[in-house]
Ligand binder design. Structure first.
Ligand SMILES: *[C@@H]1O[C@H](CO)[C@@H](O)[C@H](O)[C@H]1NC(C)=O
Ligand SMILES: *[C@@H]1O[C@H](CO)[C@@H](O)[C@H](O)[C@H]1NC(C)=O
Ligand SMILES: *[C@@H]1O[C@H](CO)[C@@H](O)[C@H](O)[C@H]1NC(C)=O
Ligand SMILES: *[C@@H]1O[C@H](CO)[C@@H](O)[C@H](O)[C@H]1NC(C)=O
Ligand SMILES: *[C@@H]1O[C@H](CO)[C@@H](O)[C@H](O)[C@H]1NC(C)=O
Ligand SMILES: *[C@@H]1O[C@H](CO)[C@@H](O)[C@H](O)[C@H]1NC(C)=O
Ligand SMILES: *[C@@H]1O[C@H](CO)[C@@H](O)[C@H](O)[C@H]1NC(C)=O
Length: 277
């Protein structure tokens, strides 16, 4: 959802910061020297059935989660609610399959985002007013100058009433999006601005919900989100059952070798010495 970041910031970062909860970076390695990224290193299925299974592996970066019989609940109950989590780990190429049910409600966005330190991004987004389609998108190195990357795909049954399996399979050659194990989109490396804007640096996994249809957002965001959000019709809840994550990099850490943002510059550290403090 990075495309609206600049204009939202211009509109007032303090008020709108929850909206941006998923597409920020603490340290951009294209500009400065940043610490190495802790790696997942393995394949693991995170079952979203309790607070501890989620918070062991994910930081809650905004709002609060609840846990119910359908899994972990991300709810917008009032203005500026935007519960969001970010993995404590990074993957350096890999696959992510999230079993989830999007929130229903005009202007409400449920999302699965892979985000790197230099703002490479891969998205699944669900507009709560559109129960038939899922949006796929990507960004490379925070480049928002072209808005033709979003592509929508039909899902077999109502995305707000049924759990589906949304998968991203990401290598240095291709980025693939699957719905319930059916391949819907393939992005070859070279198709992303000759590879320059191909997502290729270690990613965290972020899940969350926010109101794209809030009146404080710019018109483009509100139109994209499917219209204004009516908070009196809420609460609006996204449910996540599980996330199967495989880190193809297999490291302990991924270190930034230079400021190029290229995958070849990332060093996979397989042995981390204990810190002395
Ligand atoms: C980081 O570098 C990018 C690309 O060179 C530049 O557009 C951006 O303004 C820089 N950001 C900061 C915080 O210096
Ligand atoms: C959550 O799921 C895991 C893995 O299936 C299981 O071992 C655990 O008992 C479940 N916990 C709860 C609270 O249901
Ligand atoms: C998760 O939160 C901890 C504590 O604030 C922080 O040290 C760590 O860097 C965070 N992880 C990520 C990937 O942001
Ligand atoms: C849902 O999105 C698809 C793809 O953009 C579009 O064709 C369809 O009309 C949308 N449905 C609604 C109800 O907006
Ligand atoms: C989700 O789809 C991926 C890709 O086909 C598959 O590997 C994975 O096993 C599926 N997950 C579940 C829980 O069905
Ligand atoms: C951003 O993307 C556009 C469209 O692909 C491209 O023309 C432009 O060169 C890119 N800019 C940077 C700084 O990579
Ligand atoms: C918002 O954008 C839509 C679609 O481009 C347009 O029809 C509408 O008039 C715009 N509304 C405002 C308040 O600018």
């Amino acid at each position: 959802m990075m495309r609206f970041k600049v204009s939202l910031l211009a509109a007032g970062a303090a008020l709108l910061s929850p909206v941006l909860a998923q597409t920020w970076t603490d340290c951009n390695p294209m500009n400065v020297t940043c610490p190495a990224d802790p790696a997942l290193g393995i394949a693991h299925e995170f079952v979203f059935n309790s607070s501890s299974t989620v918070t062991d592996a994910f930081n809650v970066t905004n709002g609060a989660l609840t846990y119910g019989t359908q899994g972990t609940e991300f709810t917008v109950a009032k203005r500026l609610d935007s519960p969001t989590i970010q993995s404590k780990f990074y993957i350096f190429f890999g696959s992510v399959s999230v079993i989830m049910k999007a929130a229903k409600g005009q202007g409400i966005i449920s999302s699965i985002v892979l985000e790197s330190d230099d703002l490479d991004e891969v998205d699944w987004e669900f507009m709560g007013g559109n129960i038939t389609h899922a949006e796929t998108n990507y960004f490379g190195k925070g480049n928002t100058t072209s808005f033709d990357r979003a592509v929508y795909y039909p899902v077999a049954t109502d995305v707000t009433e049924n759990f589906h399996n949304y998968t991203i399979h990401w290598t240095s050659d291709t980025l693939e999006w699957y719905i319930d194990s059916a391949l819907v989109r393939t992005l070859p490396y070279a198709a992303a601005n000759g590879g320059h804007n191909y997502p290729q640096t270690p990613m965290t996994v972020r899940l969350g919900i926010w109101a794209g249809g809030d009146t404080a957002n710019n018109n483009g965001t509100i139109v994209w989100a499917g219209g204004l959000t009516d908070y009196s019709k809420g609460p609006y809840t996204m449910y996540v059952q599980s996330a199967q994550v495989n880190d193809f990099g297999g490291g302990k850490e991924y270190a930034w070798g230079d400021k190029s943002g290229s995958w070849q510059s990332i060093k996979t550290v397989t042995c981390v010495s204990p810190s002395i403090s």
